[in-house]
Design a protein around this ligand. Structure first.
Ligand code: MEV
Length: 438
């Protein structure tokens, strides 16, 4: 068994790689070379990336692509997307083109509240705790005034603090449930700093509260942390057009619209389908969230929780046909920032935000929601017409050929061959072999 290493974080980058090579890579120079090939030759840029996190030994590239021609609320956008999956950007671009010619995407922010909680244990009389809370609420709020001053200047701050009794679900468990407005910042640091101050003030005020018994005075703070569940930070994106505009070589507009609505309804009632359906939406959302330096894990967690807010995991998008009009829409929670955090640190995120014309957080919510809706439109359209593999495997062809070290000439020949033949891993392998033998 391999012995644990101590002091790994203190080693130089090169020493970390040598240790890894000796311990896990049979001392092969190949892996070490690959790790080093991805270092940026510009020292400051490399250092910037290394300082984003700990124990960095290399950089992990993802393609940074553009889906142009998005018309959102009458404004034209080229949307930057960081994603490795083939077809995603092509699909977004196709959907953007179609909807750009059919009225464009409409998007609106419904609300922007974020949530944070102080979780604590209180062994005593809940009514007394409520009286205590009513009395100290203003002290709690003023205890963070030095932290909220700048945020208030920008129109944000702490909106409210409520005491919630959760003791029916977990003995002695209560919370301060706090709502925040963080304007153009995602606000995680702001919220967490305020919460930790609330917790400290709650504890010290409880110790002084003369009506509490010694046990009640000793309330225990368990933790203070923002919630990534943000059902009050919602954006809506929508498209609509007369059904005849949906006419395609595969079927009439009305047949397409009805089949599309069926497909969405299946995702509304069938969990196995809903998860994949929503994954397709996240292809668009994550790619823009990542390109703009936002936290895609937070967005994923919040959106999937929202997809099951009524007790059943369901489709995030919905569709209808009424009076000859096809409508397709989605409402999702998105806590995003366009200032602070990685958005202002990562050079590519800064460029992404510039490409998006320096959006406010609310603008970015709309753009990201539209990217998700467009992606879902494109995926469901393929699924109910040609099937997903036709487009997907064509795009995947280049990946397979790269894996097989095909030359430029071979790639061109096989791209032509697979215009009329089905792409499978085996078929590409055989075709390449035949080409090489001929
Ligand atoms: C693949 O990344 C995404 C899809 O599976 C989404 C869907 O099935 O709707 C194509």
């Amino acid at each position: 068994m391999i012995e644990p290493i101590s002091g790994f974080s203190k080693l130089q980058k090169q020493e970390k790689i040598s240790w890894l090579a000796q311990t896990y890579l049979k001392d092969s120079p190949e892996a070490s070379n690959i790790l080093e090939q991805y270092w940026n030759p510009k020292k400051e840029l490399q250092q910037l990336h290394e300082e984003f996190t700990e124990n960095t030994i290399s950089n992990y590239y993802l393609p940074f692509g553009i889906a142009p021609n998005f018309l959102i609320n009458e404004k034209r956008y080229a949307i930057p997307m960081a994603i490795e999956e083939s077809s995603v950007i092509a699909a977004a671009s196709k959907a953007a083109k179609f909807w750009g010619e059919n009225g464009g995407f409409q998007a609106k922010v419904i609300n922007t509240q974020k949530i944070g909680q102080v979780h604590f244990m209180f062994e005593g009389n809940p009514e007394k705790l409520q009286r205590f809370f009513d009395q100290v609420k203003s002290t709690l709020l003023s205890s963070v005034s030095h932290l909220t001053k700048n945020m208030e200047k920008r129109g944000g701050g702490v909106l409210d603090i409520e005491l919630k009794d959760k003791s029916a679900a977990l003995e002695n468990y209560f919370q301060l449930h706090c709502t925040f407005e963080t304007k153009d910042s995602m606000g995680a640091n702001f919220i967490n700093t305020c919460l930790e101050k609330f917790a400290e003030t709650l504890k010290s005020e409880a110790e002084k509260y003369t009506e509490f018994t010694p046990e009640e005075k000793d309330l225990e703070i368990v933790m203070s942390i923002l919630s990534n569940y943000v059902p009050e930070c919602i954006v809506r994106a929508e498209v609509s057009c007369p059904v005849e505009n949906l006419d395609s070589p595969e079927m009439s507009g009305i047949a397409f619209a009805e089949k599309f609505v069926q497909a969405v309804k299946i995702a509304e009632i069938e969990k196995y389908r809903a998860v994949t359906h929503n994954k397709g939406i996240m292809n668009g959302i994550d790619a823009v969230v990542l390109a703009t330096g936002n936290d895609f894990r937070a967005i994923e967690a919040g959106i999937h929780a929202y997809a099951s807010k009524d007790g059943n995991y369901t489709s995030l998008t919905h569709a209808s046909v009424e009076n000859g009009i096809f409508r397709f829409w989605m409402e999702i929670p998105l806590a995003l920032g366009t200032v602070g955090g990685l958005t202002s640190l990562h050079p590519l995120s800064k460029v992404a935000l510039e490409i998006l014309q320096k959006p406010s957080a609310q603008d970015l919510m709309k753009i990201v929601a539209v990217a998700g809706l467009a992606q879902n439109y494109a995926a469901v359209k393929s699924l109910i017409t040609t099937g997903i593999q036709q487009g997907h495997m064509k795009m995947h062809l280049m990946n397979i050929l790269n894996q097989m070290n095909a030359s430029g000439e071979e790639k061109a020949a096989l791209a032509a061959h697979f215009k009329t033949n089905t792409v499978t891993h085996r078929a590409v392998e055989e075709a390449l072999q035949n080409l090489r033998n001929s």
